[in-house]
Ligand binder design. Structure first.
Ligand code: F6P
Length: 379
């Protein structure tokens, strides 16, 4: 039986859970029982640095380019589920950005002799996957983003570990905040979704959580903190998502840099709030931007297990030739959905993302998670 070549790549922001998914997609494709069941055998290749490896590779006559594409074996990936990041590297390269990059990518799929690609990533990676499927490339995908802002899945790789990190860092800040009777403003990631701030703030016990879905009124923030101080609070921890903004403000940017998918670099709202609190007379205020700490470190048990389930599911989708599908977690069940379900566009052509359901999850008056939880479907 001729062995078919399958490529695996990780695109976009890295996170914990990627290496477990790569390991188990590889082990699934090389599993003798599954091979027998589907009468198919495979060679597995890691495509380095996300779509950049596929776009920029120069396969030789044997369809090889070790600078960009490396063979993977069960032995090689044996320990990968223990470690964070992605051993294949990642990038924010968008092959669909121009005709020549797209054509080079399509040409390289053929030159590498790839039967299919397993693409692990967020909305940008899924958009490229869908674009390549439309042009005849066999792709199955795995949802990954610490933001948890992908539609058509209840969670994505990296989110659970990022929440654990936010909780741990808030725990560390408590001791120093208490020692100096300080207010700490903690800025989380999440782009235009507030899941990291909301769930991380809940896990860390924050007194107030500001999210992009609801603009916040700075006067209300000040009044609420003053009330807590007057009632004896020794210190306070306030969590704010990087995409959150005061009423009548634009979201705050670190720079005017735009990546190949049109994303800006959000950041600065934590410092803004700290400065406003100082101006309002709070003597001891500091801010911390958790930044890429939320993406770093080894996976928690949840992301190790989710990575295993998603990786094996993607391998099965390949074996079933269910191309154009993304593995998905729905009501705690591993399933699959058309990739296009994860990247539907709104009337302005912008990808619809999964944002906090403020009616179900958030108290818009008190800027905290809702206390009416009976109606809430916990993701
Ligand atoms: O999408 C994941 C994410 O971590 C966002 O939360 C954040 O805004 C962005 O990536 C940061 O991108 P980069 O790693 O390119 O700075």
């Amino acid at each position: 039986m001729a062995k078919e070549r399958i490529g695996i790549l990780t695109g976009g922001g890295d996170c914990a859970g990627l290496n477990p998914a790569i390991k188990w997609a590889t082990k699934g494709l090389l599993d003798e029982d599954l091979n027998r069941e589907y009468s198919r055998e495979f060679e597995v290749y890691g495509i380095l640095r996300g779509w950049a490896g596929l776009q920029n590779c120069k396969p030789d006559s044997k369809g090889e380019d070790p600078e960009n594409v490396i063979p993977l074996s069960a032995q090689m990936v044996r320990t990968w589920d223990r470690y964070g990041g992605t051993n294949l590297g990642s990038s924010r390269t968008n092959p669909l950005k121009a005709e020549d990059t797209l054509n080079r990518t399509l040409e390289n799929v053929k030159k590498l002799g790839l039967e299919a690609i397993i693409a692990i990533g967020g909305e940008d990676t899924q958009s490229v996957s869908a674009g390549l499927v439309k042009r005849g490339v066999n792709v199955v995908s795995i949802p990954k983003t610490i933001d948890k802002d992908l539609m058509a899945t209840d969670s994505s790789l990296g989110f659970a570990t990022a929440i654990e990190i936010i909780k741990e860092e808030i725990g560390r800040l408590r001791t120093t905040a208490g020692s100096h009777n300080r207010i700490f403003v903690v800025e989380t990631m999440g782009r235009h979704a507030g899941h990291l701030a909301l769930q991380g703030g809940i896990a860390g016990g924050a007194c107030m959580i500001l999210i992009p879905e609801i603009d916040f009124n700075m006067e209300k923030v000040i009044a609420s903190l003053q009330k807590r101080k007057d009632s004896g609070a020794r210190y306070d921890i306030l969590v704010v998502a990087e995409g959150a903004k005061p009423t009548r403000h634009h979201e705050m940017l670190q720079s005017n840099e735009i990546d190949e998918f049109g994303h800006v670099k959000l950041g600065g709202v934590g410092e803004f709030i700290a400065n406003q609190l100082k101006k309002a007379g709070f003597p001891e205020v500091r801010f911390v931007v958790l930044s890429h700490l939320q993406r770093g470190g080894d996976p928690t048990q949840f992301d190790i297990r989710l990575g295993r389930s998603f990786g094996l599911a993607a391998a099965e989708l390949v074996m079933q030739r269910k191309y154009g599908y993304m593995v998905s977690l729905r009501d705690n069940i591993i399933t699959s959905v058309p990739i296009t379900d994860a990247i539907k566009k709104d009337e302005n052509g912008k990808t619809i993302t999964n944002r906090v359901n403020v009616d179900l999850e958030y108290d818009k008056e008190r800027y905290i998670a809702t206390r009416r939880v009976l109606g809430l479907k916990i993701n």
